[in-house]
Design a protein around this ligand. Structure first.
Ligand SMILES: Cc1cc2nc3c(=O)[nH]c(=O)nc-3n(C[C@H](O)[C@H](O)[C@H](O)COP(=O)(O)OP(=O)(O)OC[C@H]3O[C@@H](n4cnc5c(N)ncnc54)[C@H](O)[C@@H]3O)c2cc1C
Length: 115
């Protein structure tokens, strides 16, 4: 990546997914109703404001078909993983194994390589 240059679609996407998965990795196991409402609003607004118009429009459409499952960290991380896989599929990227989502984004790999 060039230093101090505007992001292209790929860079923007990569950094946004990093934020989204990390946010969800730190979501409470037992979220309050307010927290659940906040996260719903956050994803709705992300779709509306995302600075790649076609990406945001398709993301908003996905949200209407499959709204965030906000009841726990586990349900929300599985939901986001499956939504990310939908985007992966749309643009010809590989499928990510959602059984490994907390290893990748919360706990680090079981082989200790992140320790
Ligand atoms: C909301 C949104 C919508 C987008 N829509 C489009 C679009 O319509 N067209 C387009 O060309 N690009 C789109 N992008 C960008 C695209 O998804 C990628 O971010 C970009 O192509 C860079 O891909 P990457 O290979 O670096 O990995 P990314 O897809 O950015 O993933 C980053 C890292 O997340 C991990 N990962 C991959 N899949 C999953 C998963 N399912 N669950 C958990 N972790 C995973 C991997 O470790 C990967 O290295 C969108 C991005 C976002 C955030």
């Amino acid at each position: 990546m060039e230093h101090n240059c505007p992001l292209n679609k790929i860079q923007l996407g990569y950094h946004t997914w990093n934020l989204l998965h990390t946010l969800v990795a730190n979501y409470p196991h037992e979220p309050s109703p307010q927290k659940q409402e906040d996260v719903n609003q956050f994803f709705k607004l992300l779709g509306r404001l995302y600075p790649c118009q076609a990406c945001g429009r398709d993301f908003s459409h996905l949200l209407t078909l499959r709204p965030p499952v906000t009841t726990s960290q586990n349900t929300l991380s599985q939901w986001l993983c499956s939504i990310h896989n939908d985007v992966n599929q749309k643009i010809g990227k590989s499928f990510f194994d959602c059984n490994k989502v907390n290893e990748r984004w919360r706990d680090g790999w079981n082989d200790g390589s992140c320790d």
